[in-house]
Write a protein that binds this ligand. Structure first.
Ligand code: CFM
Length: 537
């Protein structure tokens, strides 16, 4: 079942003309015959529309910096910003060094009205001093929130002065919530400063082992990274750093020594991947460890990059064993899942990544999209030169990285690189659209009104998205699977993750709950009233 152009127009017709013009550019029906279909993305949400997006601060502090466990992350702002970016994203971490493990604390300057009126710089300096005295971290981050930018606190100057007082790095992030159209801006801001101040800061010149890699854009949600690392370590890879799930400041400083960078989430970290290539000559490989097929393809591509016979053989051995182990487990769930349809709408990468896993289970994705990804995540990186930089993107400072003369080393020859690029996604991402079936619908920054309209037409069997729309969807009688937090479950990545995911969605399908739901509007009218015959008094 698909949405027709006519049905789509009927949905759009319900908008005022200006909004309709805007939203039309963010929605397309996949049609392979048309060739490249352009979709607008990474532009402002229309005010008044109920979006699922977050803010720049959330993308910087919450997403990229937050999981780094051996740094103290201070939020300079009112208490809510710190509290709601603490512990809710399920980026798991092991406390392997209790003296340098800070994820169990939420640090905030707790700005009050008087701080807004008279300025919050002194308070921030005091909080940094207290943090150093009590926790003795080896590095600190300070993230700015909206009011800090509005009153003009100079967070950078306070951080610099604190570095002088304490002799440790205090990194400041000008990631005020309004700094971009979504959390995507915050990813970019965090990437720039990590690249500038942390990556490559150690004296290490050689990776500590063979087949050295960094895993970029993997945040260990529900333990995903641990499942991926289990397999990679067994095959023989040396993991120099993970950015940033269960990650450390300590390891990030060594990231320049890797021979290859894996990119799981392209949206949040492609900036660092690109900069590492420019600065140190390390190519990046687009991987997708969601789904058995995605995982095996990624493992094979990695082995091909290194081109070592022993590594290729070991990779095949591990794949054969793991696939044989999980296939029978998946088969029982496939019987429940087969023939079902899904909506897959997540932030920036998962809207694409989970489609493969759904399809392995026999579930067809009929609608997909991203909250805040850019055109390249839909259409492929080749469109990057054609993307217009608008005022909102210009707000984010560009970091111009150059070659590190001392450390730059081509990891593979240009000829080999060209040869590999024909076989594997090396320093390239093809985006989501290419893999979607004709007739499926692709929606950027899907809102609550459109969610309901598309559900009415397509009646999916499951909706994969997040907490902001989960309950609206469930009230419509459709199981909703959170693909941000995994609803307290996971891991969903790698071989074991695929089984966990199959089990959880099967539970959604098998549960009789949805048949018991009668939405209130089916029994009684939403509005009732009487006409006052005498008119308004
Ligand atoms: Fe990357 Fe993410 Fe995602 Fe993302 Fe996020 Fe997330 Fe996400 Mo929620 S970094 S873009 S900003 S894969 S928190 S771990 S699930 S929206 S699709």
């Amino acid at each position: 079942m698909a949405v027709t152009e006519k049905q789509l127009q009927e949905i759009l017709d319900q908008y005022p003309a200006k909004v309709q013009k805007n939203r039309k550019k963010h929605i397309l029906i996949k049609d392979g015959e048309q060739g490249a279909q352009i979709i607008e993305a990474n532009t402002r949400t229309v005010p008044g529309i109920i979006t699922n997006r977050g803010c720049a601060y959330a993308g910087c502090k919450g997403v990229v910096l937050g999981p780094l466990k051996d740094m103290v992350h201070i939020t300079h702002g009112p208490i809510g910003c710190a509290y709601y970016t603490w512990g809710t994203r399920r980026n798991k971490a092991k406390n392997d060094d209790p003296s340098q493990y800070f994820l169990n604390y939420s640090f905030s300057t707790d700005m009050q009205e008087s701080d807004i009126v008279f300025g919050g710089e002194k308070k921030l300096a005091k909080v940094i001093d207290d943090v150093v005295e009590i926790f003795h971290p080896k590095a600190i981050t300070v993230s700015a929130t909206c009011p800090v930018g509005l009153i003009g606190d100079d967070v950078g100057a306070v951080a610099k002065a604190a570095e002088g007082r304490h002799g440790i790095p205090v990194l400041s992030f000008s990631c005020e919530g309004y700094k971009g159209v979504s959390q995507s801006a915050g990813h970019h801001i965090a990437n720039n400063i990590l690249m500038d101040k942390v990556i490559g800061a150690s004296d290490l010149e050689e990776a500590p082992g063979k087949y050295a890699i960094n895993i970029l854009g993997e945040y260990n949600i529900g333990g995903d990274s641990w499942e991926i690392e289990r397999v990679l370590k067994e095959i023989g890879y040396t993991i120099v750093s993970v950015m940033t799930g269960d990650g450390t400041y300590k390891d990030l400083r060594n990231a320049h020594t890797a021979e290859l960078n894996l990119v799981q989430c392209h949206r949040s970290i492609n900036y660092i991947a690109e900069m590492l290539e420019t600065k140190y000559g390390t190519p990046w490989l687009k991987v997708n460890f969601i789904g058995v097929q995605g995982t095996t393809d990624s493992l094979r591509n990695m082995a091909l990059y290194f081109g070592d016979e022993a590594l290729i053989q070991k990779t095949e051995e591990v794949i054969a064993r793991e696939v044989a182990r999980v296939e029978p487990l998946l088969d029982q769930y496939k019987k429940i899942c087969d023939g079902k349809t899904a909506f897959c709408f997540v932030g920036g990468s998962r809207g694409h990544h989970y489609q493969g896993l759904f399809s392995e289970l026999g579930i067809e994705t009929v609608l997909a999209g991203y909250e805040f990804a850019h055109r390249d995540d839909y259409e492929g990186r080749e469109v990057i030169p054609t993307i217009k930089t608008d005022a909102d993107s210009k707000n984010i400072p560009e970091l111009h990285v150059t070659t590190d003369e001392r450390r730059f080393r081509l990891k593979v020859s240009p000829a080999k690189m060209e040869e590999l690029k024909k076989k594997i996604p090396l320093s390239y991402y093809a985006g989501m659209n290419a893999e979607m079936k004709d007739g499926s619908i692709i929606v950027d920054d899907l809102n609550h009104f459109e969610t309901e309209e598309f559900i009415k037409i397509l009646k999916p069997d499951i909706f994969a998205s997040g907490i902001k729309d989960k309950y609206v969807i469930q009230k419509m009688g459709i199981p909703a699977k959170q693909l941000h937090s995994y609803d307290y479950s996971g891991p969903y990545a790698g071989f074991n993750g695929a089984v966990n995911f199959a089990r959880d969605v099967s539970m959604g399908f098998a549960s009789p709950t949805w048949n018991f739901i009668v939405p209130p509007w089916q029994d009684e009218p939403l509005l009732s009233g009487t006409v006052n015959e005498e008119g308004v008094a």
